[in-house]
Ligand binder design. Structure first.
Ligand SMILES: NC(=O)c1ccc[n+]([C@@H]2O[C@H](COP(=O)([O-])OP(=O)(O)OC[C@H]3O[C@@H](n4cnc5c(N)ncnc54)[C@H](O)[C@@H]3O)[C@@H](O)[C@H]2O)c1
Length: 321
């Protein structure tokens, strides 16, 4: 049985990882300060004897040391997400995403964990115009958030080289699925649009709707994290990987899919019109991952394309919103 720390385990991606790791028979320690995560996300596990919640902050070194003490693996998900949030408050984003990252990395090094796996981001591709994105070709960051996620990669690389740690960075591409929060100023586009449509309100697209993203269903992301834990291929460690499906969907297509799936549950949703607004600062026009590296080195094979993932997500929101 492995002991696995999930920082940010009360958040969207973290709580899905907690659920799967417990299901697979691991002992799981969740470190979270509930700044964007929710207690209800981990409520089902609180009385599981294999689950420990440490309510604490990655900006506090003692909390980090307490969480990783005796751990085999760390999945570091805790961060302040959202490009607009980082533009509004770059200092807090940096404190959590850079200083907090460094704390948990140092604590993991000192606790001699077997491997440190962390949430990196497709935002690291910044202004690079090349498509699809391959791991080795990045541009300049377009937001404070993107800087912090790139700094994470630089630190992980240096810790691998300097202290012999095993690190793997997973550059997530627009993840979506059950438990992603539709509320608040910094909600991600899919839960936001699902909520709007369910309330019979118009979704607002920033720009003309032809910006595109490699929307990635949560189960593909869980699979990548498991592969990063399990791999025994020495060439697979101390790398960063695109974590995506490898398909591009425009915002206009996305709204059409959501209307189609929600329209099966409530036909009035088919009549809702989309509103178009201005482009948002810091947004990259197109994002599409080349996932060959993960396929070759991690034997990653994503199961859910965007349509299959959206069908699952819509069902979940329909029952839970
Ligand atoms: N969702 C995406 O599409 C996406 C894309 C790229 C990268 N990521 C990265 O994946 C990770 C998880 O994202 P998510 O979408 O699940 O976001 P989320 O906001 O749902 O989860 C983040 C979790 O971290 C916790 N947290 C924040 N600050 C903390 C602190 N100082 N100490 C302890 N816990 C803290 C929050 O309470 C929350 O539970 C983040 O690192 C994010 O940057 C996400």
């Amino acid at each position: 049985m492995n002991t696995i720390v999930v920082t940010g385990g009360a958040g969207f991606i973290g709580s899905n990882l907690v659920e799967e790791l417990l299901f697979l028979g691991n002992r799981v320690i969740c470190l979270d300060n509930f700044s964007t995560g929710k207690r209800e996300n981990i409520l089902p596990y609180l009385d599981n004897s294999h689950f420990t919640l440490i309510e604490g902050d990655i900006r506090n070194m003692d909390d980090c040391r307490k969480a990783v003490d005796g751990a085999d693996y760390v999945l570091h998900e805790a961060a302040l997400g959202s490009v607009p949030r980082s533009i509004k408050d770059p200092i807090t984003t940096n404190e959590v995403n850079v200083s907090g990252f460094l704390n948990i990395l140092v604590a993991s090094r000192d606790a001699k964990v077997k491997r440190f796996i962390y949430a990196a981001s497709s935002s690291t591709y910044g202004d690079s115009p090349s498509l699809p994105k391959v791991e080795e070709v990045i541009g300049k960051p377009l937001s404070p958030y993107a800087i912090t996620k790139y700094v994470n990669e630089l630190y992980a690389d240096i810790f691998a080289k300097t202290y012999g740690m095993e690190c793997i960075g997973l550059r997530y591409f627009n993840v979506f699925g059950r438990r992603q929060d539709p509320n608040g100023a910094y909600a991600a586009v899919i839960p936001l649009f699902v909520k709007k449509l369910m309330n019979h309100e118009s979704p607002v697209i920033n720009g003309d709707g032809e910006y595109s993203r490699d929307f990635t269903y949560i189960d593909n992301v869980i699979r990548m994290n498991l592969r990063a834990i399990e791999t025994t291929n020495p060439q697979a460690v101390n790398q960063v990987y695109n974590t995506a499906y490898g398909e591009r969907t425009t915002l206009n297509q996305l709204v059409a899919y959501l209307k189609e799936y929600l329209g099966e549950l409530d036909p009035d949703i088919l009549k809702i019109k989309t509103i178009y607004g201005a482009n948002r600062a810091g947004d990259i026009p197109h994002s599409l991952a080349n996932i060959d590296k993960a396929k070759q080195l991690l034997a990653y094979n994503p199961k859910y394309n965007v349509r299959d993932g959206l069908k699952q997500a819509v069902q979940w929101y329909w029952k839970n919103l």
